[in-house]
Design a protein around this ligand. Structure first.
Ligand code: C2E
Ligand code: MG
Ligand code: MG
Ligand code: MG
Length: 284
């Protein structure tokens, strides 16, 4: 942190914070060229039906293979891309690539319905006027049916959103695209508010699943999840749980009536052929 002490405004009080700021600055500047050079890639993590363990779909999670720093997770660069606006072309690339991949899986997996693909949208993408047109374009060019696409938006991106802000999401929902509320439970939206959002899926944040693991004997966390699930179902929302790491969690969540799950217990995010193999195994 640079302290403004006397005339010396740039005295370094915290060299580590300074180094982090320099790295952030460097990463931010490198983003546009990285997109052009194709340094981003997508890992896919399966979403599984809790009922029978079959694959429901996959979430696309972007990574940056940086020439000096190695593979960087989205938490390292999405906030930077968000701030500079690069998230719009980057997000468009992710959408296009993930939808193309999903279309490829669907061709190989004709019975059992299409494999669904979940793509994260950040707040800047939601506000971008080209969102609907870009999405329609990507779907049309790939031939993937809109019902196979699920766009994930966080609670915080929708908090206080007026009808104008919600319009594009509503349009997409009317086309058949699913909208999921990601990291549900970490924001401040109240449950009654859900009724006015064009959302059809709730993704319960990992913190709930972690809570269940911390207190296996404590029924309170389970009661909370149970309450959310029954309310979500009464609003005709499907419930996905994030961060399932153990068989015991999966079993409890299945008993509670959660619909789908995602987590290391099933698979870590990985290369697309991994999903392909899982789906083909299911189909047999
Ligand atoms: P998210 O959408 O909530 O994605 C789930 C995150 O939880 C992923 O982290 C995933 O690797 C991690 N995860 C999955 N299962 C488990 C588990 O069992 N245990 C634990 N501890 N973690 C698990 P990741 O890949 O680092 O992504 C972080 C966040 O970055 C995502 O959170 C999402 O908000 C954002 N993100 C990722 N890809 C994109 C993208 O293409 N566009 C935008 N706008 N955001 C993205
Ligand atoms: Mg997500
Ligand atoms: Mg999430
Ligand atoms: Mg999360």
């Amino acid at each position: 942190r640079a302290k403004s002490a006397g005339g010396n405004r740039f005295e370094i009080a915290d060299p580590e914070a300074d180094a982090r700021a320099i790295t952030r600055h460097g990463l931010t500047n490198a983003l546009p060229a990285a997109l052009e050079r194709g340094e981003f890639f997508i890992e896919y993590q399966p979403l599984v039906h809790l009922g029978d363990g079959s694959v429901h779909g996959a979430e696309a999670l972007v990574r940056w293979c940086h020439p000096q720093h190695g593979v960087l997770g989205p938490d390292r660069f999405i906030p930077l891309a968000e701030r500079t606006g690069l998230i719009v072309p980057l997000g468009r690339w992710v959408l296009q690539e993930a939808v193309r991949q999903a279309r490829f899986w669907s061709r190989r997996h004709t019975d059992g319905g299409p494999l669904r693909i979940n793509v994260n949208l950040s707040p800047a993408q939601l506000q971008h006027p080209g969102l609907v047109a870009d999405t329609v374009d990507v779907l049309e060019r790939s031939g993937l049916e809109p019902g196979a696409l699920c766009l994930e938006v966080t609670e915080s991106a929708l908090i206080g959103a007026d009808e104008e802000r919600l319009g594009p999401l509503r349009q997409l929902a009317e086309m058949g695209v699913d909208i999921a509320l990601d990291d549900f439970g970490t924001g401040y939206s109240n449950l009654a508010n859900l009724r006015r959002l064009p959302v059809s899926v709730l993704k319960l944040d990992r913190s709930f699943t972690q809570g269940m693991q911390r207190h296996p004997a404590d029924p309170v966390d389970l009661k909370i999840v149970e309450g959310i699930v029954s309310l979500a179902h009464s609003l005709e929302l499907a419930v996905t749980v994030e961060g399932v790491e153990t068989a015991a969690q999966a079993e409890q969540l299945r008993e509670i009536g959660c619909d789908t799950a995602q987590g290391w217990y099933y698979a870590r995010p990985g290369a697309p052929d991994r999903i392909h193999t899982l789906v083909l195994a299911d189909a047999v």
